[in-house]
Design a protein around this ligand. Structure first.
Ligand code: SF4
Length: 214
């Protein structure tokens, strides 16, 4: 019979590896982080990093952004995926919040803002150094967590629930750690032989079991 994995223990090497690993979005303050997180949804961090310099010269804070229109945003972020929807969210958000000091740094406050769901809120809270209120489940975690065997399914909300049940709150940075692992090692074509999680990984155990004995 297969032994049950103690994920609280098993996840520790991964947490250690990516402790204090900075998010790939190159933001300089919380205002920039919030805007970039909204823009990066269904787009790439690299693309958002590229265009954000000019964007933040023109819109350096929430106050400046609150005066923006779709037309004034378009030269700066017109090439971002779902531009019209995202520009609408940013204009509404800035109009409601008005200043950087009013950016709410809690799960409830952030998810009440247009364009910010639990995944984005978890990222913002982590980067802001606030206590975790959930676990980041992005496109990489959706792939890595079921491979590891720590969660199952394809629904981000359900995977986050499973992770929150299996891990104590002090280990909720595991989401971002799995995300970094997914970007570097557990790619769609995974590099299992050099992965520090291969001793506990369900996917690896399965493929290793199929290899002919040496
Ligand atoms: S052992 Fe392979 S499948 Fe498992 S987490 Fe590592 S890279 Fe991904």
């Amino acid at each position: 019979m297969a032994t049950k994995t103690d994920w609280s223990e098993a996840i520790k090497p991964l947490l250690r590896k990516y402790k204090n690993h900075k998010h790939p979005l190159e933001y300089k303050n919380i205002y920039q982080l919030v805007v970039m997180v909204v823009l990066s949804s269904r787009d790439t961090d690299v693309h958002i990093n590229e265009l954000s310099k000019e964007f933040f010269k023109k819109f350096p804070d929430m106050k400046a952004l609150s005066k923006a229109t779709v037309e004034t945003l378009k030269p700066y972020i017109g090439k971002v995926r779902s531009f019209f929807q995202k520009s609408g969210w940013l204009i509404k958000m800035a109009g409601d919040i008005k200043t950087d000091a009013n950016i709410p740094l809690s799960m409830e406050g952030l998810t009440n803002l247009p364009g910010i769901g639990r995944k984005s809120a978890n990222v913002i809270l982590r980067e802001a150094g606030k206590p975790a209120e959930g676990i980041v489940v992005d496109i990489h975690v959706l792939r890595v967590a079921p491979r590891l065997g720590i969660a199952s399914g394809t629904d981000a909300g359900k995977i986050e629930e499973q992770l929150m049940k299996k891990l104590p709150q002090k280990e909720w940075d595991a989401g971002m750690a799995m995300s970094f692992l997914g970007r570097e090692i557990c790619r769609p074509k995974p590099l299992c032989e050099i992965c520090l999680m291969n001793k506990v990984c369900a996917y690896y155990k399965k493929i290793a079991g199929k290899k002919p004995a040496k």
